[in-house]
Design a protein around this ligand. Sequence first.
Ligand code: G6P
Length: 605
Amino acid sequence: MCGIIGIASNKQVSSNIIESLKKLEYRGYDSAGIATISNGEIDEKKCTGRVAALEKIIFKTPSLGNLGIGHVRWATHGAPSKINAHPHSSEEVSVVHNGIIENSTILKKNLEKTGYKFKSQTDTEVITILLTDFLKKFDLVLAINKTLEKLIGSFALGILFKKHNNIIVGARRGSPLAVGYGHNENFLGSDSYALKSMTNKITYLDDGDVCILSNDKIIFYNKNGMKINKRIQTLSSDKQTADKGDFKDFMSKEINEQKFSTKVCIKEYVNHLKKDINLYNFPIEPKNIDKIVIIGCGTAYHACLAAKHWFEELTSIEIETDVASEFRYRKIKFSKKNLYIFVSQSGETADTFAALDLCKKNEVKTCSVVNAVESSIARSSDFILPIHAGPEIGVASTKAFIGQMLVLYILALKISKIRNEIPKAEYITKISNIKKLPDLINKTLKCESKIKIIAKDVYLSKGFIFLGRGPSFPIALEGALKLKELSYLHAEGYPAGEMKHGPLALIEEGLPVVILAPQDRYYEKTISNMQEVIARGAKVLLITNEENNIISENIRFSIEVPKTDNQLTTFLITIPLQLLAYHIASLKNLDIDKPRNLAKSVTVE
Ligand code: G6P
């Protein structure tokens, strides 16, 4: 993973590179670096840690030059260190890379045999050395092609040359790369978000494309080395801002924002006057769908799991869910009568994209549920359903999760209506209930003061268990994941009914167990499981809805979310879990928006 940026301008570039790198930190933040061409030489600066640390270095010793590349890293080959940070430069070239070179070990051995010495443990440095070697024998374009031919794996590259000191070369295979057009300057970046403050005119490179940019032109070549023209797109302007405002961090802002983001999303999809859902032109006629397969990674996968329940409750369609990293390597029986749905906030997750690509190669219909509508996943699918959550910056996903579930729920309802599987009155009631969701989320957010007290009581515990049944089980998984991501605590999400098959052995005096028991058809069963863990000494936090009839003096805490449609309750019981993870991490003084070892967009396998 990692983020790359390149700027060719008629003015100094380092401050814009730094600003863009800050926007790319969601892709990696263990080290950062920059290289500019200054007085005909490559000036490389790098450090471990955040872009802010690099900025301080540049403040003391400016990086001069009108041409430069920058990088934020999420280590794959070699520990996060100054030497492994990008760019990787030789006398002749400087390279930033996002992706993985799978044959780097063998390439490195061969280059070492011919006398080259490597400074770092990275896979990227082989690109630097290969290019340096080929430049001795061939012209620029041939040297680039020869280098790229040798590479197996995925890459988005930005390259500077000492001898061609007015150009930056970009190349893409597998990892995303965009170019942006400015006035007397042009840009290269891992995504359009990093370029947005400088331009709204963008072109995305396709797999195999190479580009050569200078401050006044951009030339594209396709994978066969042919010069090509590419379409320029104008980026849409975001209604919601990527600004912390008065909040301490992005995560607290994003949790709070869910009352607005859901409103925006509902407005896009639900026509309250017509009491209908605005979804048309499906890539496959819903009445003819045999099976829906819903695929994602991490939090997005949990949204897929929740959606499985709604599709099963509302339609007779067979539903399958899978994590993308498994799906892409399974021996799938593809069918043209199936719909394959890909769920991804960033739309750039490598495994999800590869799973989508596999579907495309098998010529089946695909749909993407994404936040970033200009992303690779969105652009490659037959049907795009944006979640309209606005920029999500905190690495641990919150408002995008709620948005993904919301769009999948709306889709399930609409498909059920088209297939005549939901009675009209029930459809209309569900639509009017959806309208109330933002308000109910707002009311649920008020549990924060109680959550702060609970967090104080449990934050020193060494582990946590989250239990739920039916659609509450994916939320148990999500609650455990949020806590792991933010607090570095061991947390398990389990189907409540599975406890007796092993995990019950973990229960000991004082172990916090979060029980998700809204009043649905699983309620009594889950409450019995709760009694079983209480009997063994667990410290229980019960999350249920208002007017529940549970009286147990052994429940340590309980949170009651407002009563609504059972399917919408799944959204509400998520909120206390987000807040719990947030406040535990906050008490532990951890970096909430950038947890250790993680990245927001996982663009490597
Ligand atoms: C990373 C993020 C998670 C996210 C997952 C999938 O692991 O840290 O928050 O759920 O990737 O990302 P996507 O952008 O595909 O939803």
